[in-house]
Design a protein around this ligand. Structure first.
Ligand code: UDP
Length: 327
């Protein structure tokens, strides 16, 4: 039986990866320090035989007994609000945490896939972004802690591949959404859905002309699965190229939720990328992968998920106070 370690396992993507690999018959070893992750996302797996959970911070030495065939490194705060709250931990998990996992992968002869991000392109001057584009990142801006940690992560992962012959994979993940997102991490989709559910106005930052391209999580998970099983050590963009302005996106959410609120405009955050769209030519070619779920369908499913939560569950999605970890 194949054994896989998934870090950030209680997070939005990590928990869906646990489900996918468990469903594929893997023995899943889930790890999370639960700062931004939510144990409820994986609670349903606790009674399963092929599932175990370690409450651990991977910035510290990581030990896993037994053989390990694969490692998926998905531990990191992943929203601007989160990494502004815990900038040092964000830097540490992308750098020290990645180093620890690469060391573990070496000892265990595991194949490791690291979750990188479109943020390595910063505020891009090339559009859409291809893997060759080297980015436009402000290292000392508010997003620098995330962007530079992820750039370092790619560098050290490639170094382990080149110098130690480790089997490595690098996924550059673009904006992704779906069930289990937290409602209070400041990301645009949960922000808008949370506002619609609470009957508040939708807050568009700037004039809303900045663009993003949103990928539904099922498509993303399939892309990650295929990349892990491929033989490509170079970074690969995984995302949905269907680009939309944030203002149009807000209007789509209002239409979907039938909410009668207004759109209000707030200041554009520093270094907020003006445009973002993945070029997925490489993923199409080498993984035979492209997204299948369009935004209308993905948003419908996501909204249905949030609507299905009880008041208590919704409250918990909105209140995840990790201020106490701020050290
Ligand atoms: N945004 C917005 N209103 C919100 C939250 C976000 O207009 O309440 C904008 C944000 O300024 C950015 C885009 O939505 O231009 C996507 O933001 P998000 O934090 O989801 O991710 P990013 O792609 O910027 O990392």
């Amino acid at each position: 039986m194949k054994r896989i370690l998934i870090t950030g396992a209680a997070g939005f993507l990590g928990s869906h990866l646990c489900d996918r690999f468990h469903g594929e018959g893997f023995h899943v070893i889930a790890m999370d320090n639960l700062i931004t992750g939510d144990i409820r996302n994986i609670e349903h797996l606790f009674s399963e035989e092929r599932f175990e959970f370690y409450h651990h911070d991977i910035s510290k030495f990581v030990h896993v007994p037994g053989k390990l065939d694969y490692i998926l490194h998905f531990a990191s705060p992943a929203s601007p609000i989160d990494y502004l709250k815990i900038p040092i931990q964000t830097l540490k998990v992308g750098s020290l945490g990645t180093h620890n996992l690469l060391g573990l992968a070496r000892v265990k002869s595991s194949r490791i896939l690291v979750a990188s991000t479109s943020e390595v392109y910063g505020d891009p001057t090339v559009h859409p972004q291809t893997e060759e584009y080297r980015g436009n990142v402000n290292p000392v801006g508010p997003r620098g802690v995330y962007d530079e940690a992820k750039r370092f992560q790619e560098a050290i992962t490639m170094a382990y591949h080149t110098y130690h012959g480790l089997e490595t994979r690098i996924a550059r993940i673009f904006n992704t959404y779906g069930p289990r997102m937290r409602l209070n991490d400041g990301r645009v989709l949960p922000a808008f859905i949370g506002q619609a559910l609470r009957g508040e106005d939708l807050t568009v930052f700037g004039d809303g002309s900045q663009t993003r391209s949103f990928c539904y999580m099922d498509d993303l998970i399939e892309g990650i699965y295929r990349l892990l099983m491929s033989d490509c050590a170079d970074p690969v963009n995984i995302g949905n190229p269907d680009e939309i302005s944030i203002l149009d996106f807000a209007q789509e959410i209002l239409k979907l939720t039938g909410a009668s609120q207004q759109i209000i405009f707030k200041e554009l955050p520093t270094d907020d990328p003006l445009q973002r769209q993945p070029d997925i030519g490489l993923a199409k070619k080498i993984l035979n992968w492209s997204p299948k779920i369009d935004r209308a369908e993905g948003l419908k499913r996501t909204y249905a998920y949030f609507q299905s939560l009880s008041e208590e569950e919704l409250y918990k999605k909105e209140h995840n106070d990790f201020e106490k970890y701020k050290s």
